[in-house]
Design a protein around this ligand. Structure first.
Ligand code: SF4
Ligand code: FES
Length: 248
């Protein structure tokens, strides 16, 4: 298939940036979206131009690095799918495809489609961990019974890959779906109880300090999340936050 690409090019964080047009011919519908970008970059390198910078690692939908806004949607048009798992059969011959970075004040563009998501790392460092006894008297994890429903919900929350699509999609650039998932993952398990009183307080404080907006219950984050993270995780985060507030 032949494609018209409109790609965001930005040399540095200070550069204003602009959309640039590229034409590609002979793209296979079996290619992934990132393989199509590889073809574009091969063409740019052959003609002496700077290739398009974009993040990718696993290309299996698990690392969360392949953030692209494709035709106005985080990770493109297919529900429950990361950019790296998107295939060109989702597009038609002759299509024009707009490709931009995820945009949010807390995610500054570094270069082209690469954004700085270290704000997510700092939120995780503020509370996204557990304390474990490693003294040699460690208890067998299987000795702590966990209700099946809680284990399933914790596992669902743990599927968040930290991609940032929720932030990029939200009109308020809210990170609450991400933070709600990270808090829920621990709040539902006995292992998460040691820091339970401070975790939501600390992670929400860091989220605010990074400049993410507040949730106004629009629900766009849940719709665009490639891992199907539920809004109920935001409700659990709010309960954990309230619990930490009143018992301090
Ligand atoms: S909640 Fe979903 S959209 Fe947000 S970072 Fe996690 S996986 Fe990505
Ligand atoms: S490259 Fe890892 S999720 Fe897409």
């Amino acid at each position: 298939m032949n494609l018209n690409l409109k790609v965001w090019r930005q040399n540095s964080p200070e550069d204003k940036g602009k959309m640039v047009d590229y034409q590609l011919e002979g793209i296979s519908e079996h290619m992934s979206f990132l393989e199509m970008m590889d073809v574009l970059n091969g063409k740019l390198i052959d003609s002496g131009e700077r290739p398009v910078a974009f993040d990718h690692d696993c290309r299996e939908g698990i690392c969360g690095s392949c953030s692209m806004f494709i035709n106005g949607e985080a990770h493109g048009p297919v529900k429950g799918t990361t950019t790296c798992q998107l295939h060109m059969r989702s597009f038609k011959d002759g299509d024009t495809i707009f490709i931009e970075p995820f945009r949010a004040n807390a995610f500054p563009v570094i270069k082209d489609l690469v954004i700085d998501r270290s704000a997510f790392d700092r939120i995780q460092h503020s509370g996204g961990y557990i304390s474990v006894n490693t003294s040699g008297n460690t208890q067998d994890a299987n000795a702590t019974p966990i209700p099946k429903e809680n284990a399933d919900l914790a596992m669902d929350a743990a599927t968040c890959i930290g991609c940032g699509a929720c932030v990029a999609t939200c009109k308020n650039s809210s990170a609450m779906l991400f933070v709600g998932a990270k808090i829920s993952q621990y709040a539902l398990l006995p292992q998460g109880q040691v820091e339970a009183k401070e975790r939501a307080q600390n992670m929400v404080a860091q989220m605010d300090a990074e400049g993410f907006g507040n949730c106004t219950n629009t629900g766009a984050c849940e719709v665009e999340c490639p891992k199907g993270i539920s809004l109920s995780n935001i409700a659990r985060m709010n309960r954990e936050f309230l619990d930490g507030s009143v018992t301090k």
